[in-house]
Design a protein around this ligand. Structure first.
Ligand code: GSH
Length: 320
């Protein structure tokens, strides 16, 4: 892996604090699509770059499908392996598309096309504006909100994943699950000291227990309607037993032993927008082969039987 420093690619590891805790960095591009702004909602203008392996990019892919934005916003899928040159736009893996838009070989070329002297990590998801030839935004949570609200005028489906009467709760829930769960699995996996790992694992498994209890009473995280918060939790839960439990040492208790989280995960997986954007080959190849410091032999662990098509039994949960 690496990063751009003043437009030059520099091979580089992740950042840690002095206690060995993984430090996630802020996303660089943070503009918004808004009516009558530099970035207006227009079909065929924006292009989304994702990895099908990445839980952050997966959020935006699910929203794109749920909202019916697939014909309005184009998509490029990177190759699942991310090694010294960062994400590559090769098409020699099923589902990887290459880059029909800029003809880039490396994802970093999208970043330098926007800002030749950029100093930034080169991450997915990233939204490219074909009209202004620049990156709009590369922060998944903001892209998720933009796909939901700002791009609604060009969306085919009328579904609001952060409705006005729930938006504060949706934001508070996304905040609450981010550190212990979404980022927590990475903090377990990338910890470089036992203490940093123990701290992350403790936070992760107590948060999972807490949300398991909540989901015993509520159908979705914010009540009886699917929201952005569910998308944010799903993309971590679906990778958990297949990858994080082994590769990131999130081993204490699998999702399929949390009864309510497991039923909830099955329900979401059985929805087409979730299932059709979940690509096991990309997920498993990416994680097990892209972090040689964690898995030097590059062996891909066996897939457990997740039983995701079993009935979820959650229809009877009333709104609370
Ligand atoms: N905060 C960003 C995080 C995105 C992110 O870390 N994506 C990973 C893939 S799972 C990535 O592209 N990492 C490459 C790197 O950081 O060099 C977001 O939520 O969009």
């Amino acid at each position: 892996m690496g990063r751009l420093i003043e437009g030059q690619w520099v091979e580089d590891a992740y950042r840690y604090d002095e206690q060995g805790r993984f430090q996630r960095e802020e996303s660089r591009f943070r503009a918004w699509i808004e009516p009558n702004s530099t970035f207006a909602a227009e079909p065929d203008r924006y292009h989304l770059y994702v990895s099908l392996a990445c839980p952050w990019a997966h959020r935006v892919l699910i929203a794109r499908k749920l909202k019916g934005l697939e014909s309005a916003v184009g998509l490029s899928v990177v190759h699942p392996l991310m090694r010294n040159q960062g994400w590559e736009l090769r098409d020699d893996f099923p589902g990887a598309t290459g880059d029909p838009i800029l003809g880039a070989r490396y994802l970093r070329e999208i970043y330098t096309a926007a800002e030749p002297q950029a100093t930034t990590r080169v991450s997915v998801p990233v939204l490219w504006d074909q009209q202004r030839r620049t990156v709009v935004n590369n922060e998944s949570r903001e892209l998720l909100r933009m796909f939901n609200h700002a791009l609604a005028p060009i969306a085919e489906h009328d579904i609001d994943l952060a409705p006005p009467d729930r938006i504060e709760e949706v934001d508070a829930t996304i905040d609450a699950i981010y550190e212990p769960i979404n980022n927590g699995v990475y903090r377990c996996g990338f910890a470089t000291t036992q203490a940093a790992y123990d701290e992350a694992a403790e936070g992760l498994f107590s948060a999972l227990e807490q949300w398991d209890e909540v989901l015993g009473k509520r159908r979705y995280l914010c009540g009886d309607r699917l929201t952005e918060a569910d998308i944010c939790l799903y993309t971590t839960l679906i990778r958990f037993d297949a990858v994080y439990a082994v590769h990131f040492k999130c081993s204490q208790r699998p999702i399929r032993e949390h009864p309510h989280l497991y039923g909830y995960l099955r329900e979401l997986y059985q929805m087409p927008a979730f299932r059709e954007t979940t690509d096991w080959a990309h997920i498993r190849h990416h994680y097990y082969l892209s972090h040689p410091f964690l898995n030097p032999t590059g062996i891909i662990a066996r897939m457990p039987d997740l039983g995701l098509d079993r009935p979820h039994g959650r229809e009877g949960l009333s709104a609370k």
